[in-house]
Design a binder for this molecule. Structure first.
Ligand SMILES: [Zn+2]
Length: 113
């Protein structure tokens, strides 16, 4: 389960930030998970409980925002929302689709006390 190591690094980043700000605890962490990241939000939630135990992040609220996939075609120059990762443009069927978003997983907001 690669969510465990991904979540561990998210928790590490959050704790590092909280310590730098001399925070006593982390209240909430907002994550963005792209549709193509291969990361299952439910698995992240489960892993978060394990990774945050006995740290500044214990008990923090985890907000997960799903980011839809987005591609841009270099042939017809349209932007299209994608449900799955593909390089074929659904509009003109060229193989010139470039992925704009959907592969990322990152912290977008951190609330500390
Ligand atoms: Zn196209």
């Amino acid at each position: 389960m690669h969510e465990l190591s991904l979540t561990q690094s998210i928790v590490d980043i959050a704790i590092e930030h909280a310590e730098r700000e001399s925070a006593s605890r982390i209240l909430s962490i907002t994550l963005e998970i792209g549709a193509f990241s291969g990361v299952i939000p439910e698995a992240v939630e489960f892993a978060f409980d394990v990774c945050s135990k006995d740290t500044l992040a214990e008990g923090a609220r985890l907000d997960i925002k799903r980011v839809p996939g987005l591609g841009r075609c270099m042939e017809c120059h349209q932007q299209v929302e994608l449900e799955y990762l593909t390089y074929t443009c659904p509009l003109c069927e060229s193989l010139a689709l470039e992925t704009l978003q959907g592969k990322e997983m990152k912290i977008i907001e951190l609330e500390i006390d």
